[in-house]
Write a protein of this length. Structure first.
Length: 104
């Protein structure tokens, strides 16, 4: 498979905390109960409400902060494997364009 073409869009202003981040995604496979895709975010900080997913960071760097004070912030980079649960409130601070492959 070739590298999927990603078209970036601005993150909604209501979710932007700092900078002018953009995101893009592509579905690689959705032939079952799960969807496998690629997601990318450019540098900046934005909030999100998560879906149930497992992801592996392919490139870039970010810190993921959780609204739940019982959870520690995560610093992720190439090779990081993370599981997020449906409904988690997060703040992503991307310092190098982050690309991940995810299963949701």
């Amino acid at each position: 498979m070739t590298d999927p073409a990603l078209t970036h869009e601005q993150v909604p202003l209501s979710d932007v905390v700092a900078g002018a981040p953009t995101t893009a995604s592509a579905v690689l496979d959705d032939t079952g109960d799960r969807e496998i895709g690629v997601w990318e975010m450019t540098p900046g900080t934005a909030t999100d409400t998560e879906t149930d997913e497992l992801f592996v960071v392919l490139s870039g760097r970010a810190t993921i902060a959780f609204a739940d004070p019982s959870l520690d912030d995560l610093t992720v980079g190439p090779g990081s494997v993370v599981r997020l649960a449906e409904g988690m409130r997060t703040t992503w601070t991307v310092t190098e364009t982050l690309r991940k492959v995810n299963i949701a």
